[in-house]
Design a binder for this molecule. Sequence first.
Ligand SMILES: [Zn+2]
Length: 140
Amino acid sequence: MIQYSLHCSKGHTYDAWFKSAAAFDDQQARGIVTCAMCGDPEVEKAPMAPAVARTDQGKVSLSAGQPDAAKLRQLLRAYRQKVVSEAEYVGDRFAEEARKIHFEEAEARGIYGEATRDDVVALVEEGIEFLPLPDIADDN
Ligand SMILES: [Zn+2]
């Protein structure tokens, strides 16, 4: 089973379980994934990646073998560099700071840092959006 955060074109967001990623893709392609709140058929996975956090036993989502792997790697590296150069490094206070920003208790700004698996799960459950920061070495 895999849990996705889904959102419809009307802006509803909710969590739903699917047998597998392929099952979700298949159901979505056939147009039978509809919004739990309004029935909208234009449902997509939310841009954050809770599947990474929700995966059991500390597993992470990975991919390999794309023909454009080098290009993707370059994009990921550029993404990482942009984050690192523009965002504030908050170290292991990431969860705390992300929460403060989400609840407008701290200045809205880009941050990056580290979080434990438990923190990540808690943030997802609190509906706080974040993205994994790809860890790509500069020279490969
Ligand atoms: Zn909806």
